[in-house]
Design a protein. Sequence first.
Length: 190
Amino acid sequence: MIATVVLLLSLGLDTFAVALGLGLSGLSRSQWVRIGLTFACFEGLMPVGGLFLGRHLSSVIGAWAGYIAAVLLIVVGAFALKEAISEMDEDDDADKAASLLGGKKLLLTGLSVSVDELAVGFSLGLLHVALVSTLAYIALQAFGITFLGLALGARLGKRLGDRAEFASGIVLILLGIALLVNQITGSHFL
């Protein structure tokens, strides 16, 4: 039981960090709901994928899950930086924030924060937990943690002003790099 609780609590840390970075960009509260639901769906359904892929693929996907998540975060952060630099002359902050997480970028970001849940799906099968309640908890946790990160990021973003979108891209890239370092060194500082 303790292993399950620790496992489930640790899942929210990467989601919180990404949401914090996204909150820096000045997203509207209506976008928060879309982001929260996207993250909750990805995080709640990825373990099911992990369970269905089974033990045969667990060693291959499990080893690469962290690397895939890191690369996706770096790519999304790079897109945010590119847009921040190319739009520095524009004054419409709402359009800039909206473009940060349009369709494909939101899906890539959702995927990046949930790839580790794919590997968790393998673990959940071994821990013999109640699947439906565990997945519901993961999804609710992801939704709540996303809002917490977005709210904190929004407060910080107001203080950063026009540099907030740029800071958001930097945070996402640094998070991706830190995740890569975690994977390469085997350390667990994230």
